[in-house]
Design a protein around this ligand. Structure first.
Ligand code: ADP
Ligand code: TPW
Length: 594
């Protein structure tokens, strides 16, 4: 772009003025200018960010076009929440903040749930929203899509910034990146008012104003005394246990984590998104004896896992409280996480890579493996539970139940361990988590810390875009509905995603009846025998209606082999499963009765 008046424009003016302008122009060297749009794009690219997930509209439509023209991948969604979820998943998979771009007020709010969820999950993402005139917003004069977005975002994310001047775009993006990925990762909001995009500045000065962030997530080396305290505790343990969380998966310290588990000989449990850090078939996996090890362990080493509701807050019957208190070692980058639920005997604060390396180094070469009665006892229970599970999985009931459908999916994942696996629902989630083994790190994406429905298609799109691998998304029919329209996005970008909808006609089961006598159906049931496969066909993808395990197996294998967008409507017995899956006890009425 040039700021110098062209000859043509000059000729349209009074001839004398035009001559004067021309003389000045002839003497002035051509000055390149840039603008807010390009500075945003250049700042992202400078920091190795090559993809934007978003939804265009005023004032960011041109930003999406220009980003595409400048070589960025722009993935446009049908609803901002799914673009936001895609950005969050991309952040988790790559350790670079995923970018979600939205319009002001409603678009921003639609993206906000994903931003809050990313923060809760400790996934790095940046929600960039265009916003309307500050002067009008601040006087509440009723601008188009007016909202004080910065104020609203603040309590729901790790950090929030606004850039008012083009020359500050470099700083704004740099701060957003650092805030998203350093320390405990999370969501960041970046507010870009419409007027910013058209501001111009001299190109060289613009370029000089951009910042390439050096060492965005600096290592944090744990203190030597903290490492020693942890090792002393672990050494004295009779029934030690390692618990791997999604922080451990995020950290990409896969080799050292595996070495820690194997060198120590300590049985381990993976939280759902840590599955595959070591293959679920690993002999030290205690997943098939989960209740036993949680109750019986005397020292537990938490690696990037919080003692939140997913781990019964580290207390109570789940943890065998009646057998005496356990001792915890906790590796985490966030010091304030420590003691949040129970006392932590040995906190090890630092990044997981550095902490695990320090523990490994401190273990020396003659580390004594845990007592055989502990590991033997676990092996015995595991064997019993696994053979019981094998029997259940071998059954071929008609209609399919969760187990028979998941047996097929389990086998497909075994054959393609590199495939990405997305999972949401209630029973669909709980059963898949324990039945479908994962073999490689960061292959499983699910409802995470909140247990939120609606991540499915956003995560699936990100998984396909980021990895280029086949994606298998196993979805409860209710769960799928939250993001179902994004099958059009999957078809539009021709992504290798196979969605399997476990169709049991409702939220949880499809069997509830309205006993009030009014004509409405019960709140948890859907239209019976719906054909979700037709939704995929509507956009040119492959739709399959599968009523048997064989049909499901064939369709899934074909989808994974072909990479064509596919939706399999897997008909599941509507009486199978339980209300709320495995967390029925959290329903207030059930909890009261207990
Ligand atoms: P899960 O749900 O799998 O148990 P959580 O999300 O509860 O896992 O816990 C993840 C933990 O990992 C968080 O407390 C977070 O601070 C921590 N974490 C994330 N990344 C790192 C890292 N690179 N190094 C250390 N801790 C990390
Ligand atoms: C954003 C509450 C938890 S699980 C679920 C809902 C609505 C769906 C369960 O039915 P589905 O699964 O998917 O058919 P299945 O396998 O049992 O048949 N809104 C949000 N998040 C949550 N968690 C809910 C509602 C919920």
């Amino acid at each position: 772009m040039s700021s110098v008046t062209t000859d043509k424009q000059a000729a349209a003016l009074d001839p004398a003025i035009a001559r004067a302008i021309k003389n000045i122009a002839d003497e002035t060297p051509e000055q390149e200018t840039t603008d807010g749009f390009h500075l945003v794009i250049d700042a992202l690219k400078l920091n190795g960010i090559d993809t934007i997930f978003g939804l265009p509209g005023i004032p960011i439509t041109d930003l999406t076009r220009m980003a595409q023209a400048e070589g960025m991948r722009v993935i446009s969604f049908r609803h901002e929440q799914h673009a936001g979820n895609a950005a969050a998943a991309a952040g988790f998979l790559t350790q670079k903040p995923g970018i979600c771009l939205t319009v002001s007020a409603p678009g921003f709010l639609n993206g906000l749930t994903a931003l809050a969820n990313a923060t809760t999950n400790c996934f790095p993402m940046i929600l960039i929203s265009g916003s309307s005139e500050r002067e009008i917003v601040d006087l509440q004069q009723g601008d188009y899509e007016e909202m004080d977005q910065l104020a609203i975002a603040k309590p729901l994310c790790k950090a929030a910034f606004r850039v008012l001047h083009a020359q500050d775009i470099g700083v704004g993006i740099a701060r957003a990146i650092r805030a998203a990925v350093s320390g405990r990762p999370g969501g960041v909001y970046l507010d870009l008012p419409a007027k910013l995009f058209s501001q111009t500045m001299e190109a060289a000065a613009g370029k000089a104003s951009l910042i390439k962030v050096v060492d965005p997530a600096p290592r944090q080396i744990p203190a030597a005394d903290a490492v020693k305290r942890a090792l002393d505790l672990l050494k004295g343990a009779k029934r030690p246990l390692i618990l791997l969380g999604k922080g451990a998966a995020y950290a990409q310290a896969d080799a050292d984590i595996r070495a820690l588990v194997e060198k120590s000989g300590i049985p381990y449990l993976p939280m759902s998104m840590a599955k595959g850090l070591l293959p679920d078939t690993h002999e030290q996996s205690a997943a098939a004896a989960r209740s036993y090890v949680l109750q019986e362990a005397d020292v537990v080493l938490l690696v990037g896992a919080r003692l939140n509701w997913l781990l019964s807050h580290g207390k109570g019957k789940t943890w065998g409280a009646e057998k005496g208190a356990k001792k915890f070692i906790q590796i985490d980058i966030a010091p304030t996480e420590i003691d949040s639920n129970v006392a932590i005997e040995a906190p090890v604060i630092g990044d997981i890579g550095s902490c695990v390396a320090a523990l490994l180094a401190g273990m020396g070469s003659n580390w004594a493996k845990p007592p055989a009665d502990w590991t033997g006892g676990i092996a015995e229970r595991k064997e019993k539970n696994l053979s019981k599970m094998a029997q259940t999985l071998a059954a071929r009931p008609s209609p399919m139940n969760f187990h028979s459908a998941l047996a097929v999916i389990r086998e497909q994942v075994r054959q393609r361990p590199d495939a990405m696996f997305v999972n949401e629902g209630a029973n669909t989630l709980d059963f898949a988590r324990s039945i479908v083994d994962m073999y490689e790190p960061r292959k499983r994406l699910d409802v995470g810390t909140w247990g939120i429905m609606g991540i499915g298609m956003g995560f699936a799109v990100a998984a396909a875009v980021v990895t280029g691998k086949p994606v298998i998304a196993v979805e409860g029919d209710s769960a799928f509905g939250f993001s179902g329209m994004e099958v059009e996005t999957i078809c539009r970008y021709n992504l290798p995603v196979c969605v399997i909808v476990f169709n049991n006609n409702g939220v949880y089961r499809g069997t509830d009846v309205n006993s009030s006598g009014t004509p409405d159906v019960a709140p948890t049931v859907f239209v019976k025998n719906a054909r979700y496969d037709k939704l995929m066909e509507a956009f040119g993808g492959v739709g399959v209606h599968a009523t048997t395990a064989d049909e499901l197996q064939k369709a899934l294998a074909e989808a994974v082999a072909s990479g064509r967008p596919t939706l399999i409507n897997a008909v599941i017995d509507e009486t199978a499963g339980t209300e709320s899956g495995r967390i029925t006890s959290l329903n207030p009425a059930t909890a009261k009765k207990k």
